[in-house]
Design a protein. Structure first.
Length: 259
């Protein structure tokens, strides 16, 4: 029976994959991949059958138990089976459910870490999520709650940390801002919303919780992974962003690899 690899595809840029991930993709017989994996990364699996099994908010998605079964079935038919996940498999990737199902079926499994979206966004913005004397703690959270799941304590987590990064939040951004303000978060708290961190089409929008709370829609492209970053570490970036907007300058930031 084959070995199944749970691989992190990183935030999007193909050259941010680990060497191990790239080598395994080149050897893969079948790749079961998330919805928002960019084509250049999928193209590395030159000899594999590609099977989309992604989950999308508001869109009919592949049920998790079905993904688990597909992985087990694939392990009985192929030598190198890859489950390719955006970012890092072990962070909001439901990896544990897949690991447990594979182990129960006596299928060997290995996890290959990837760069999570929060770190990709931090790099693209040029803003450290931690900073001496300003931010000594960071929380990764999501407001998303599945059916029959216990209520999320994401608001408490945001208040407990100096810097917060919210995943799977783009569809509720104004509601999230209003909820935080109602709980006592300052309306002038900086927020960075990053779409497609490390993608060639990556865009960033910096504003305050107060402005976000009255925005009808901030994120325009649900086809790209989007995260919200909240905290005082983004104050200088917000001020620079606002000055650039006022002067009419382009505010998109590119990494060296995308120029």
């Amino acid at each position: 029976m084959a070995k199944v690899y749970l691989i992190g595809a990183g935030p999007g840029a193909a050259d941010l994959l680990t060497l191990r991930a790239a080598r395994l993709l080149a050897r893969a017989d079948v790749v079961l991949h998330d919805a928002l994996i960019p084509p250049p990364i999928l193209a590395l699996a030159t000899r594999a059958t590609l099977v989309p099994v992604g989950k999308r908010c508001g869109v009919r998605s592949t049920a998790q138990h079905f993904i688990n079964k597909r992985l087990i079935d694939a392990a009985r038919c192929y030598d190198v089976v890859i489950r390719l996940k955006g970012g890092d498999p072990m962070l909001f990737g439901r990896a544990q459910e897949e690991i447990d199902a594979l182990v129960k079926a006596d299928v060997e499994v290995e996890v290959v870490p990837g760069v999570t979206a929060a770190l990709g966004a931090s790099a693209e913005l040029g803003v450290s999520l931690t900073r001496r004397a300003l931010s000594r703690s960071v929380v990764f959270a999501t407001p998303r709650v599945g059916q029959n799941d216990a209520p999320s304590r994401w608001i408490e987590s945001v208040f407990a940390a100096d810097t917060a990064v919210l995943y799977m939040a783009w569809g509720q951004a104004p509601e999230i801002a209003r909820a935080l303000i109602e709980k006592g978060k300052a309306a002038n708290t900086p927020v960075a919303i990053v779409e497609g961190a490390s993608w060639e089409s990556q865009t960033s929008n910096l504003l305050t919780l107060g402005r976000l709370a009255v925005s009808a829609r901030v994120v325009l492209d649900p086809e790209r992974p989007t995260i919200m970053c909240i905290g005082e570490v983004f104050r200088e970036a917000l001020e620079n962003f606002s000055r650039a907007q006022f002067s009419g300058k382009t505010v998109r930031r590119c990494s060296a690899g995308n120029q």
